[in-house]
Design a binder for this molecule. Structure first.
Ligand code: ATP
Ligand code: MG
Length: 247
């Protein structure tokens, strides 16, 4: 583990919180109480607009990760780490390993922030870079390219922040990502990941935080609203569809 908690120090809490991002309940809760990371793999699960990306972006910024971190940064140089409004005030409590990594030279930093959109761009842009990944990603499908990128970048135990990495993946590829996530957690890495995937969220041993109108709620896979919806939908799609189509 590298990061044990994200919080906003009292001195940085704005007096007037009637504007974005403070109006997002999940953000309001982090401002008031912070959020703890207790296991190597943590998933943030919640509806569209519940604040997952706002949180993971700020957490990535707090660890000075950008979307091209890790080895990519070494090859291509770091992008300008512009801060989001929440990133400006969010602070991370680190473990001694986390603190050592943050204080060390930039190139020794292991980890990166992966957004679904930029990961695909990376597979295209970096595909031909020798020694970066073994596969020539220009000859892989979208999902295959993704997995190649994941595998290559996750070799080092570092701090990985991800936003919907399942986007390009089929059911079976998602299962491979579960295995990879699990392996990362076991190998001393730490993952904080926003997801809509009930498959990804089922990674053994992971901590699950449900994000929504209520703010943040630690829960189990079986109790996730997302899992309940999928279960009911797959059992009986018509029950949902008749409300939508009137058929
Ligand atoms: N730059 C911004 N300025 C103002 N509001 C924003 C901005 N970015 C996001 N929001 C709003 O903040 C809320 C949370 O957005 P966020 O992108 O964090 O949600 P999310 O949980 O990641 O959703 P999704 O599952 O669709 O990715 C939404 O209501 C969104 O419209
Ligand atoms: Mg999002």
């Amino acid at each position: 583990m590298f990061v044990s908690r994200a919080y906003v120090p009292e001195s940085l809490r704005p007096a007037d919180r009637r504007h974005w991002p403070y109006t997002v309940p999940a953000v309001a809760e982090v401002v008031e109480h912070g959020v703890e990371f207790t296991r190597p793999v943590t998933f943030l699960v919640g509806d569209n607009g519940s604040g997952k990306s706002t949180l993971v972006e700020a957490i990535a910024e707090g660890f000075k990760l950008d979307a091209r971190g890790g080895r990519a940064a070494r090859v291509f140089g770091n992008a300008d780490p512009t801060k989001t409004p929440l990133g400006e005030v969010l602070r991370l409590e680190t473990t001694s390993r986390g603190a050592a990594m943050l204080a060390g030279p930039r190139l020794r930093k292991k980890g990166f922030f992966l957004r679904a959109e930029t990961a695909f761009g990376m597979t295209e842009a970096f595909g031909g870079v020798p020694g970066y990944w073994e596969e020539d990603t220009s000859r892989l499908s979208h999902g295959e390219g993704f997995l190649a990128v994941f595998r290559a970048m996750f070799r080092d135990p570092g701090f990985y922040v991800m936003d919907e990495p399942e986007s390009a993946l089929s059911f079976t590829a998602c299962l491979q990502l579960v295995a990879l996530m699990h392996e990362l957690g076991e190998s001393g890495a730490q993952v904080v990941c926003a997801t809509h995937s009930p498959i990804l969220a089922s990674t053994p041993g992971a901590d699950i935080i449900e994000v929504g109108e209520h703010g943040l709620r630690r829960t189990t896979w079986a109790d996730l609203e997302l899992v309940d919806h999928w279960r009911r939908y797959l059992n009986n799609p018509e029950a949902y569809l008749r409300h939508l189509t009137g058929a």
